[in-house]
Structure formats: C-alpha cells, structure tokens
Design a binder for this molecule. Structure first.
Ligand code: C5P
Length: 398
C-alpha cells in the first residue's frame, strides 16, 4: 500500500510514544521508508535505539550533534517526504508549530517541510481541552494540517477522558487515506464557474461584487489534481490559473451563460461557484457618462439565472450550486436547491468572519436533495474543495 513512500515520523515526549513503535513497524510492513526524529523528552519514554531497529534507519534527536550523513539526510527528507506524521503530538509541540517556533530538530524539520503533516495529539484530558491547545489545533487545521481526534478512555495519568493516542491500526489507516493518490475523477468532465461578473455601465464603469474567485479556483485545482478534465469559466480575478485546467475568461453574466451552455451537454458535473450579477444595466452607454446632474438613474434589468436554466436542461449531470447569504441561510439555500433542481448546495453566511468573500477560509453547510444537512467547521477553501469533491464522488456513485 505504501511502497516507496517516504514518511518522516516525529515522536514527541508523551507516554504513548511507546505505541508509535508499533505504528512505525506497521508502516514499514506496508512498504514505506520511515525516518524517525525524536524530541529530547521523547527519549525518556522510548530509546532512539528502539526506533532505529524498527525503522531500519538512524534516529535523529539532537540538532547540535556532530553533523553526520543521516542528520543531513533527515533535513533533505523534509523537502522529499511524502508525509510527516507527528505522534504523539504533545501540547508543547503543537504550540510550538502553531506559533512558528523551531528550537529543536523536530520542530525545525516540521517548519522546513512542504509535505502534508498529520498530527495525532495525545495528552491529559485537561491539557487537550485547554483553550490555548484547542486554539492552536484550530489554527493549524485552517492551515491545512491534518489532525486525528484522540480516543477516550483510561489515561496513563490515572484519569478517564479524551486524550489517548488512537490505536496504531487507525493511525496507519489515516496515513494511507492521506497518501493514496486519489485519481477518483479520472474520465469525468467537470465544469466550474468562479469569480464575480462585471456588468458594464459605460466603457469605463461596471457593476460588480466582492467575489474573489478563490473557492472556484480551489475546486478547479483539486478536481484537476484528482484526474478530472476541468473547464473553468472565470469572471475577472487576480488569481493564478490552476495547473492542468482549461480556463475561459468572461466578464458579464450573459457571456458566462454562453460559455457555460456551450460546455454543459458534455459535462458530467457542474459546480457553479461564481457570484453572477442578478441585474445589469438595461443599456450600456456608448461613451463615458459625464458628471452632469445631481443624481444619476440607472435602469437595471434581470440577468438570466444560469443555474436555474441548467436545472431544467439537466440530464445525467450532477449539479452543485452555492448560496452566499447574509440572513436566513438555510431557508434560502433550501429554496435554491429545490427551485434550481440541484443535487447539492454549498451554503455559507458571508457575514461570519472567515466565511465570506475574499477570505482564504470558509464555513459551509452542505444541503442535499434528500433533506440531509452537513455542517462543516471552518477550513481552508482548498480543504473545503476536497470535501465538496468527496461528497460529489459519493453522489456520482448513487
Ligand atoms: O439565486 P442566487 O444567485 O443566490 O443563487 C446562487 C447560485 O446560482 C450560485 O451557484 C450561482 O453561481 C448561481 N447563479 C447563476 N446565475 C445567476 C445567479 C446565480 O448561475 N444569474
């Protein structure tokens, strides 16, 4: 399962460090190359020798030790690792990483890595539930660090509660889940819209909105990474085009309509993340409107609702819409889901900090045709894109 994968295992100073010996052994049996880095405190619970024998590689603890081949190798691994597993992740190491402290080999290597990082916290219940620890975990989660929830049960300190290291088997399963190269959208054509539209008033002015396009671009990037053939219809944005995606730029809602309709029939999945203007000036002035009167009247006429049209045209397509609201979120989202004949709608209240336009995170609720509602915590738009595609994948199989 993990043949040829390079996994760096960071062991911090908690009593459950002994269980991580079993984790390393299991990962190795799956074919992974394991390189262990321990904190000094961790060596009080398990010796580096144990990890060296189980992993088959020297173990690094001290940053100031004589430079050796293997300790240079470990640093090189920070950039070559496929995954960084931190177990047990103590309150201390979580706090250091969340606050950019790199004062030993483990925290320094974590800072240097670009690999996905899986943290498996294990500590006394009160420590785990401590607000600062929870804030650190939530900060790191938003920065795309993976976390496993600790198990409940009897703890080494004699108390009962949450804080136990999950079973080695479960940790290995999570590692496999993160590392599996997910090409689950291979062969699927996905049409995604992103950004806000601009409705021209005259040659220099337009009516626009605050959409940044970040959510739609994240969806396009993740879908392409997962093997889909992605066409992205984008309003004007400042974002870099995602790799491997065919992108068409439009300005107005009616241009977006034309582009979307041109690709709809051939698409398997359509995700409409764009903030399309509901109204446009009835006519565009040929020349720049001069500052003559005290007031200026614009007559606006309704734009086509592209998604509503797609809902009518839909045959085999999975249709996903977005509902950005400032009040009565669920009522409006539910109404759009039904009226526009969607399979799923992603609803977010844009007045909540961390959930609106132009942020890097979102707080969404997913509503389905059968009435199910899933509430998701605050997460990066990239992670949300992963979750939305996971859910669409399940819908595709129904
Ligand atoms: O009705 P409302 O604009 O709030 O619905 C939002 C959803 O409908 C989004 O998925 C958006 O991309 C889509 N939409 C559209 N055409 C419009 C307005 C919205 O496709 N004219």
């Amino acid at each position: 399962m993990l043949k040829g994968k390079n996994i760096v295992v960071g062991v911090a100073g908690g009593i459950s460090a002994y269980k991580v010996v079993d984790v390393v052994s299991r990962l190795k049996k799956q074919g992974a190359n394991i390189y262990v880095i321990m904190t000094k405190a961790a060596t009080n619970f398990v010796t580096p020798l144990t990890f060296r024998e189980i992993s088959g590689h020297p173990v690094v603890v001290d940053m100031w030790a004589e430079a050796t081949n293997w300790n240079v190798e470990h640093i090189a691994l920070a950039s070559r690792a496929d995954l960084f597993l931190l177990a047990p992740a103590t309150g201390n190491i979580i706090g250091k990483i969340a606050n950019g402290i790199a004062d030993d080999m483990l925290s320094t290597t974590v800072m240097a890595t670009t690999a996905p990082i899986l943290m498996v916290p294990a500590m006394n219940t009160n420590m785990y539930l401590n607000t600062i620890v929870q804030q650190n975990i939530s900060k790191l989660t938003q920065l795309d660090y993976y976390f496993m929830d600790p198990d409940c049960g009897k703890l080494a300190c004699g108390t009962e509660g949450v804080g136990r290291l999950p079973e080695p088997e479960a940790i290995v399963e999570k590692v496999i889940e993160i590392l599996k190269t997910n090409h689950d959208f291979t062969g699927k054509k996905i049409l995604i819209t992103a950004g806000g539209t601009q409705e021209a008033i005259d040659p220099v002015r337009y009516i626009g909105n605050r959409s940044s396009g970040k959510m739609g671009y994240a969806l396009a990037e993740v879908a392409a990474h997962r093997g889909a053939k992605v066409t992205l219809i984008s309003g004007p944005t400042h974002l870099v085009s995602p790799p491997g995606v065919t992108i068409e730029f439009v300005q107005s809602a009616s241009q977006m309509q034309d582009a979307v309709l041109a690709h709809f029939a051939e698409s398997d999945i359509v995700i409409k993340a764009a903030a399309v203007a509901d109204y446009r000036p009835q006519s565009m002035s040929e020349h720049k409107i001069k500052k003559t009167g005290e007031t200026l009247h614009l007559i606006l006429e309704k734009n086509p609702d592209i998604l509503l049209q797609l809902g009518h045209l839909k045959k085999h397509q999975i249709l996903v819409g977005f509902a950005a609201e400032t009040q009565d979120l669920l009522v409006h989202a539910q109404d759009k889901l039904t009226r526009k004949n969607l399979d799923m709608i992603v609803a977010n209240d844009v007045t909540i900090p961390g959930a609106g336009f132009n942020t890097d995170t979102n707080i969404a609720k997913l509503l389905y045709r059968d009435g199910r509602i899933e509430e998701l915590p605050q997460m990066s738009k990239k992670r949300l894109a992963e979750v939305i595609l996971d859910k669409i994948h399940i819908e595709c199989r129904k």
